[in-house]
Structures are given as C-alpha cells and as structure tokens.
Design a protein around this ligand. Sequence first.
Ligand SMILES: Cc1cc(NC(=O)CCC(=O)O)nc(C)c1Br
Ligand SMILES: [Fe+3]
Length: 246
Amino acid sequence: NDMFNSGPGSIQSADWLNQICLQVVNDMNCYGICVIDNFLGEAQCSSILNEVKSLYGYGIFQEGQLVRKVNRTRTPSQVIRSDKIVWVDGGEPQCVNIGFLIQTLDAILFKCNTMENNGIFSRYQINNRTKAMIACYPGNGTRYVKHVDNPNGDGRRITSIYYLNQGWDLQRDGGLLRMYPTCYENHVADIAPLFDRVLFFWSDRRNPHEVQPAFSTRFAITVWYFDDEERNQANQRYPSFPIEAS
Ligand SMILES: Cc1cc(NC(=O)CCC(=O)O)nc(C)c1Br
Ligand SMILES: [Fe+3]
C-alpha cells in the first residue's frame, strides 16, 4: 500500500515521503540545515500540541535550571527558571500523536540514510535515536546560550526539532533560534519556532546555535539521531551516556 504511515490524525503517502527526503538530502548537503513548513498539517500538529499541553498540565516536566536573569538596569539580577523538559518514547498511551511524529521522523531519516545519491549521508549509518525531548520555555525572557549539541563525538549526528507554537510573532514573542553554520562564514540562519515547522541540522560543530529570549510559552520536540559508528565508540568511552537512548 502507498500509505507508509497512516497516523492517528493524518495520512502520509509514499510520494510525500519521497518528496520530503529529496528536500532533506538536498538541504543537508548544501546548507547542513533543512527547514520544512506545514510538515504534518494543522490537525495533526494541533493533536500533538494538545498532548504536550496535557503532559505539561500533569506537571511531569522537570523544573528548568535556575538561571540568572541578565537585566539592563542596575537592580540586583533575579534568578528565574529556564526551559523545562520531559523525555517520552512515544509509546505512552497519552502520547499517540507524539508517537506518530517520531515514527514519521524515523521514516524520513532512515530513508535518507539508504536512498541513492544521498551525498554526505552515505558517510553515516543512521539507525538509532534518542527518545523525544519535549522542551517548554516558560516565556519569562529565558534563553538558551550559544552551544553545539554534540561537540565531542557522543554519537549524535542529526538534530530534528518540531515546533508547536501557534500564532507566534517574533517581534512580540522572541524565541528565535539563531544558527551559526560554519559552512557559511559570517552568515546566520534565523529560524522562528513556528507551528508545524520541522528543522533538521547536523548536531556537531558545524552548527552552533542559540535560542534568544522568549516572551511567550514556547514548545518544541527534539529527537537526536545517532551515527552508529560514532555512537559505538562513544559507548566504549562512556558506557552510560546521559542522553536518553530510545
Ligand atoms: C537539552 C538541550 C536542548 C537544546 N536545545 C536547543 O538548542 C534549542 C533549540 C530550539 O528549541 O530551537 N540543545 C541542547 C544541546 C540540549 Br543538551
Ligand atoms: Fe541545541
């Protein structure tokens, strides 16, 4: 049948998968970054957002780190909480739609890894991933400082982030993801965390990135995909790595 993944809220066809993979392979080879809008459609994204909100309502998100609020005035800087996270594997009964997202991301990346003329992908073997990390920025001006996801060869090859924020207005809400791709000197990629937008990028030093202060609640779901060889070597060095493997 040509529906590789008839998810709970939407039907994805094999042709849809092919189109997506062609774009991902092209952009990852050219820019090391790939942004796709209207990824799963409004209904499916809303279902995922509702699941995330109810998880948030259960209070299972871990309290974010305490961070010093940098303020412009001379008043003593206050301490506020940063992003809160929870890990899910998508198999939980109340995560059916989040599970559909993960299966769709799996289908895309495992196909990119095996298709013809996939360029840089042919250097890697991408067959495993972490669980999905659901992050919520509380919108109190917290940010995520500039960093590299995988600076020291922990096995993570591709970062995929799915955004759930309806009616996001950059001027009012901030929360911009700014990427500093090393393959493009003096260029930055500014990516708004828009509803039903998915982003893929190489997790290593090719893509330093930061999240600018967010002033509305900002939800994102991140899954990291491993390169088998690098992951196996990392596991020899540090058997129990903190990143939650699926
Ligand atoms: C826990 C953790 C979160 C993130 N998230 C982002 O970079 C934010 C991307 C966005 O939400 O646009 N990155 C690392 C390396 C770790 Br570890
Ligand atoms: Fe990151």
